[in-house]
Ligand binder design. Sequence first.
Ligand SMILES: [Zn+2]
Length: 429
Amino acid sequence: MPDVFADLVGQDEAVDTLRRAAASAAAVLRTAHLPAPAVAAADPEYDELAALADDDPAPVTAGPAGDPGAGMTHAWIFTGPPGSGRSVAARAFAAALQCGHGTGCGTCPGCHTTLTGTHADVRLVAPEGLSIGVGEMRALVLRAASTPSGGRWQVVIIEDADRLTEAAGNALLKAIEEPPPRTVFLLCAPSTHPDDVSVTIRSRCRVVPLRQPSAAAVAEVLVRRDGITPDVARWVAAAAQGHVGRARRLAADPQARGRRDAVLAVPRRLTGVGTALDAASALIGAAEAEAEAAVAETDAAERAALQTALGAGGTGRGAAGATRGSAGQLKDLEKRQKSRATRAQRDALDRALVDLAGFYRDALTSALRAPVAPVHTDTAALAEAGGQKWAPEGALRRLEAVLACRAAIEANVKPRIAVEAMMLSLWRG
Ligand SMILES: [Zn+2]
């Protein structure tokens, strides 16, 4: 039976670190459960372990100066490119911490409930909108300070820690600086660059870098776990550029493949200013439609739930007052939903831009006659023709135009403006 780390594709080093930390965490718990004086005499290792289990959180921290290969600490950052498995790694480690065997066996109730998201002592924050607000963070920090009900650890997983607002970051920092003895914070972020994670938070955490898994490693896991045929697994793994979730989606979802086909048809359509602007509109429109479909169901369910909670249609005494208060709550909900929709749109657009960048990267490597496999095997011939026509310089300029567009949108340039500028650059070369 594969353990909880089996889904971490191509991350041997990180898995090794996490296994050792989990073992060390289990040792801390074992020591804490032993009657102190008798053991102190019998076990020469006791002093060290007792220090680890002490209520003072400081000794638990290996810290930047500690042994980087072993030991347990109370704050971690998982970094890596999107799709490398940051949140998968954080969840697996959380499961190992809650595992009855202390290893992350994958089958005990501790492992199982953590992986299915129902463990009482594991909390997950995933921002729905563009940022994680201070209110959400304060509530989380407060709950994280309680004693673990399962007797092991309180684990807080923060996905997209780069989306913390400054105030939320400060609330988190305070908790990390003075952590309750059994609380573990697991942060996920693209990198430890100060734009992603504040320097002060970074300095309190141990970093687990994840790498972009190779196409071969991604294909292997798709075949083994998802039962995808080797042929399909190979091409989706290459097309997804190391993003496991994206590869799985391409293999399973015809609509996702259709959207990708539409994006990869863009380069040969760019014949003038008019077609470039049309292509920009089409790309934005497709991202909006994809996002709308993704959030529509949740939005409707939330609105219905809120209306029920507010007693919509009530006519009794107090109904007028309730309606006045409910207008504010509905407004809050709409604001949250709008933020989530914007995020979904940006994510959809970014996926399209990554596909497009892959095409121009193929054109560039082909023009350079670099001995590397193409990202998009199905448009490789087209990319090769482009590479010949544009020469390496022209292919590179186009690739850079796509990357500049991603960076501009990340920096809050209006997507339509950024995409139009990119399409014009792709056409002019
Ligand atoms: Zn287990």
